[in-house]
Design a binder for this molecule. Structure first.
Ligand code: ATP
Length: 416
């Protein structure tokens, strides 16, 4: 079974709103073995939408549209469908009564424009919307099913769940797509690709083929492995050895194979070793601590954190010697180390982290350009310090610095 998705709404063609519904829809369709062959964003334009639908009907099994079901003039989905299929629009009295009742229940009078929402292309079935006035519609035309859902995600998502459960899953093939995610950090994308490509190229010709996609973002890379199979057990037989082989090829740079974030992995390692962590941040401004504390239960290992931006704060709060800053500069390995050791000592924590760098856009020098970040991790057995040169704007430098600091902590804990 294959599908196309149409996100309807002129606001989705501006720089201010993005179509996120199609990601949710793709995920749910894939879960019943239905692949998405195309998706489109189209404005509130009855002609353009009608043309698009007329072209898609007959060429895919399912068309899922979201948006444009509201009561106003610019909500054109019903009309475009009626035109594309050459169907009349009928008033559905039951829908009109239901909408009226929703307004009455809130002590409001239904505006006459809301009657538009009761217009239904002849032959369509109504899909209940428990969270809004716009009902959805289900329409079969030859081989193709058209599913029309409202745009607001909180209305769309439960209705989609019901459509998948009650109507689409029984039509779908008996296979489903199963996915595994391997998170990698500390290696450039090209290096990950070079190591893994010869391995996963072989899997495409297996009885249950495994397909791999690389997604790279700042300092973190994800390998997505998918297999289409008739059961989880069958998918596991193809995916388990594939994940194991990639894990071996990438070694310690694999952060997780079960979807956990690096901050969650660091948390699990700290908790398992009954260790605590204290953090001293300069250029990351609290981002590292924020990410560590995004993990539920982090209070069992995060002891404290200090954001020490000025030299004075590093001296006063972290006992960094003034002479050290004068000799090496605030962005230097000796200062990062003194920050990590200082916060660790004052917290009596097992692990101390110090991050100091130049996030930019100003403040760079020829020998310490923007993006230079010194990171130190201190434990009872000593400290490890490293200087990194990150590329990108201020936000990207901060983000990569936080990820890299988390990775240094992870590696220290793994290596004992
Ligand atoms: P309503 O009755 O609420 O008007 P509708 O079906 O007409 O329902 P739209 O008016 O098209 O929906 O969209 C309402 C809001 O829903 C949009 O402003 C936007 O915030 C959100 N929305 C619409 N489509 C999408 C989408 N594809 N992805 C994410 N959000 C969306």
């Amino acid at each position: 079974m294959n599908a196309c998705i149409v996100a309807i709404g002129t606001e989705l063609l501006t720089p201010f709103r993005v179509d996120t519904n199609s990601l949710v829809i793709t995920e749910r369709l894939n879960s019943i073995g239905c692949s998405v062959t195309a998706k489109t964003v189209v404005g509130d334009d009855v002609e353009a939408l009608g043309r698009l639908l007329a072209g898609a009907i007959g060429s895919v099994d399912v068309i899922v549209c979201t948006g444009g079901l509201g009561p106003t003039e610019d909500d054109v989905t019903r009309e475009a469908v009626a035109r594309a299929l050459n169907l009349p629009l009928d008033v559905d009295q039951a829908i009109e009564e239901r909408i009226r009742a929703r307004f009455t229940a809130r002590g409001l009078r239904m505006a006459s424009i809301n009657r538009r929402q009761a217009l239904v292309p002849r032959g369509a079935e109504v899909l209940e919307n428990p969270n809004g006035t716009a009902p959805g519609l289900w329409l079969e035309h030859g081989q193709t099913v058209l599913v029309l859902l409202p745009g607001p995600p909180r209305e769309m998502t439960p209705m989609l769940e019901a459509v998948i459960r009650d109507r689409l899953s029984s039509r779908a093939a008996r296979t489903a797509l199963f996915r595994r995610v391997i998170k990698v950090t500390g290696r450039p994308e090209s290096d990950v690709d070079e190591r893994t490509q010869p391995i996963y190229a072989r899997w495409r010709s297996q009885p249950v083929p495994v397909h791999t996609t690389i997604l790279a973002s700042l300092g973190q890379i994800e390998l997505h492995l998918t297999a289409e199979a008739s059961s989880r057990a069958e998918a596991d037989r193809a995916l388990d050895p594939a994940v194991a082989e990639l894990h071996e090829a990438l070694g310690l740079s694999v952060v997780s194979v079960d979807g956990r974030t690096i901050e969650a992995v660091v948390g699990d390692l700290l908790r398992a070793a009954r260790r605590t962590i204290a953090i001293a941040e300069s250029c990351t401004g609290g981002l590292l601590t924020s990410r560590l504390t995004d993990v539920p239960g982090s209070s069992s290992y995060v002891d404290r954190a200090a954001v020490c931006y000025s030299n004075q704060s590093k001296v006063q709060w972290l006992a960094v010697p003034e002479a050290l800053i004068a000799a090496h500069g605030a962005v230097s390995e000796p200062v990062a180390r003194a920050m990590a050791e200082g916060v660790r000592a004052s917290a009596r924590a097992s692990v101390g982290v110090g991050v100091t760098g130049i996030a930019g856009p100003d403040g760079g020098t020829p020998d310490k350009p923007v993006g230079t970040v010194a990171i130190a991790v201190a434990t009872e057995t000593g400290s490890r310090t490293h200087t990194f040169r990150f590329l990108g704007g201020r936000e990207h430098v901060k983000d990569q610095a936080a990820t890299t600091a988390l990775n240094m902590v992870r590696l220290m804990l793994l290596r004992g």
